[in-house]
Design a protein around this ligand. Structure first.
Ligand code: TYD
Length: 231
């Protein structure tokens, strides 16, 4: 029941923009749809997100990091995703479990089978019907994010400098080699499960990309009942 679609990609690939554009389009067409994100999407998950992205938390152990991402995911699946899918709606999620395999698995070197067990506990085995990957050169993506960060005004106080930054976080701050391992990880995940993944070049006009994404989603909408009084 329902339709579960996730968006993945390296930093700065524009996946959040594409998730939002798809959300708005489906809403305009009268489909029951929600847009959420990981880590976060619930009150508890957003609190966990703050711990994860805080630039001060340099001492965080890889196991802690993995379990926190998974804890946020468990809450999201149980509080939001499963209940909404049960009503027959469409759930769009900006990142999901694939990010754990790519970032904590390939990026940090955590054992992939162990991650699989943790993920199964967190999600009860819930997998997306479709996953979009927005492919962008790692260096270019980080550059995009860095310049977005530099365009923001200076924080007003020293304390503010350490608050979770909307554009540049603890995970972005890892080195280029890490981000390259993550990208290799995503490529491997796509190779293993080609039916679920749709990979697009991220570095193209936003509207063109949105159109390509919608074309992939359209055939799957037949199973979704539209709302009677769309917003
Ligand atoms: P996100 O908000 O998607 O950041 P961005 O849009 O800047 O890519 O995700 C926050 C960070 O968390 C991002 O660097 C990817 C990382 N992440 C993991 O390391 N593991 C995970 O399981 C998830 C969901 C995200």
């Amino acid at each position: 029941m329902g339709l579960f679609i996730t968006f993945e990609g390296p930093e700065g690939s524009g996946k959040s923009t594409q998730a939002r554009l798809l959300y708005e389009r489906l809403q305009r067409l009268g489909y029951p749809v929600i847009l959420t994100r990981e880590p976060g999407g619930t009150r508890i998950g957003e609190l966990i997100r703050r711990i994860l992205v805080d630039l001060r938390h340099t001492e965080m152990a890889p196991t802690t990091e993995t379990l926190l991402f998974s804890a946020a995911r468990a809450q999201l699946v149980s509080e939001l995703v499963r209940p909404y899918l049960k009503t027959g709606g469409i759930v769009l999620c900006d990142r999901y479990a694939d990010s754990t395999f790519a970032y904590q698995g390939y990026g940090l070197g955590r054992d992939l089978e162990e991650l699989q067990s943790i993920t199964t506990v967190a999600t009860g085995g819930l997998m997306p019907d479709l996953t979009f990957y927005l492919d962008l050169d790692v260096e270019m993506g980080l550059q995009r994010k860095r310049s977005a960060r530099d365009r923001l005004p200076e924080p007003a106080s020293a304390a503010a400098a350490f608050t979770p930054h909307p554009e540049w976080n603890r995970l972005d701050a890892r080195d280029l080699a890490y981000h390259q391992r993550v990208a290799t990880g995503f490529a491997e995940l796509m190779r293993r499960d080609p039916d679920r993944w749709r990979c697009f070049v991220a570095n193209q006009p936003v509207d063109l990309l949105a159109e390509q994404i919608f074309t992939q989603v359209e055939p799957m909408l037949a199973r979704i009942v539209r709302l009677e009084n769309p917003r």
